[in-house]
Design a protein around this ligand. Structure first.
Ligand SMILES: Nc1ncnc2c1ncn2[C@@H]1O[C@H](COP(=O)(O)OP(=O)(O)OP(=O)(O)O)[C@@H](O)[C@H]1O
Length: 364
């Protein structure tokens, strides 16, 4: 549906975007993520034909944006960061005006405008002056103008920026619905937006794509070590011994362990409690298991973080069978993975902060 081939836009001082290269299949909803100034808008403006690349080529459904811009642009619906609305027009007259601009045949215009109004939940507001619409409804109208000419590909630049939480949820839901019939590229710097709507994420930083992956594979791509959090019922020492004797396990850390040097709870003290609670430490940090914790005092349950010996190996079954055969019930087991926030920060802050040169330096 979309091919972006080694596309660069050089503004000088190494600003702009460099060698952007990706493609999108029909039906994908791709989140385009990056910090301020990373190059999202520049890339989107080139894809939509509003900006000419310095190098590289863009193809939309087989049409070259450079050689056949009219055909390529017909395939695209674009919602810029600020929707191009005329405040004095009514919703309906504005959409009729856009339908004309986009060469929608006169006999189809009424139908298309009606469909766009229905899809974006603008019914009852056809005669309303745009100036008096709320920001959320202006955004709906921006999306309506983008789909009027029945494009295959939607390019949405920060579609939820500036909206209140309720409007954000509504617009996300609408984008999700539009994704059933359109291929969508949407830029955002709101990370949960990606998990909520997208089936692929592209991260751009300092004008370069630094990650292109499906959200569920992000951890693997980042070389994340397989880690599970566990809560196991039984004596701490036995649980630790069982887990540590498993060859597939690398490290076992106890969460909420008693501080090193603190007296371990005695059996009699624990017995005097009606409910036996796990011993809590002053911090929530995972800590190496202190020797004092390895006392034989029974506790109700132990919370642990367990990592794989072989980075990516899924250790959940091995852990389950070992503890089950030892008669140690697992109360909870959850795979821990890097959040999109962790990955985003890693990719966008590990690199040099600013590679731009002083004004007057030669262009890249
Ligand atoms: N017309 C221009 N002239 C010179 N430099 C520009 C121009 N437009 C953008 N830039 C520079 O290109 C880089 C990418 O900008 P762009 O607006 O594409 O980023 P963005 O990811 O959309 O940022 P934001 O999230 O803040 O909208 C920035 O360094 C910006 O300063």
């Amino acid at each position: 549906m979309l091919e972006v081939k080694q596309v660069s836009k050089l503004y000088g001082n190494d600003r702009g975007v460099h060698n952007i290269d990706f493609s999108m299949q029909r039906g994908e909803i791709v989140g385009f993520l990056g910090p301020n100034g990373a190059g999202k808008t520049t890339t989107m403006r080139m894809i939509t034909g509003y900006l000419n690349p310095t190098h590289g080529q863009i193809w939309v459904d087989g049409h070259s944006m450079a050689e056949n811009p009219k055909k390529a642009r017909r395939k695209i619906g674009y919602l810029p960061e600020t929707p191009p609305l005329y405040p004095e027009m009514t919703v309906q007259s504005y959409l009729r005006f856009i339908a004309n601009l986009r060469d929608v045949p006169a006999r189809e215009q009424k139908l298309r405008v009606g469909e766009a109004i229905d899809k974006l939940g603008l019914q009852g507001r056809e005669k309303q002056i745009i100036r008096s619409l709320s920001k959320g409804y202006k955004q709906r109208l921006g999306l309506a103008q983008a789909i009027l000419h029945q494009p295959d590909l939607l390019i949405l630049d920060e579609p939820t920026s500036g909206l209140d939480p309720k409007q954000i949820i509504e617009i996300r839901q609408l984008i999700h619905e539009l994704g059933e019939n359109h291929t969508v590229l949407l830029s955002t710097h709101i990370l949960p937006e990606i998990n909520a709507i997208c089936n692929r994420v592209l991260i751009i930083n300092q004008g370069r794509v630094v990650l292109d992956e499906r959200p569920e594979h992000l951890g693997r791509t980042m070389g994340e070590t397989f880690e599970v959090s566990l809560e196991v019922k039984g004596p701490r020492e036995r649980i630790l011994n069982e887990l540590r004797s498993l060859p597939s396990i690398g490290e076992v850390k106890e969460v909420d362990a008693p501080e090193a040097g603190a007296a371990a709870p005695t059996v009699s003290a624990l017995e005097s409690l009606e409910a036996l609670e796990p011993v809590e430490s002053a911090t929530d940090e995972a800590t190496d298991v202190p020797a004092a914790a390895l006392s034989s005092a029974p506790v109700e349950s132990v919370k642990l973080l367990v990592t794989s010996a072989d980075r990516a190996e899924d250790i959940r079954e091995a852990v389950f069978f070992r503890l089950a055969s030892a008669g140690l019930p697992i109360l909870a087991m959850k795979r821990e993975s890097l959040s999109l926030e962790d990955i985003f920060l890693k990719l966008t802050t590990d690199e040099p902060a600013d590679t731009s040169k002083e004004e007057g330096d030669t262009d890249a």
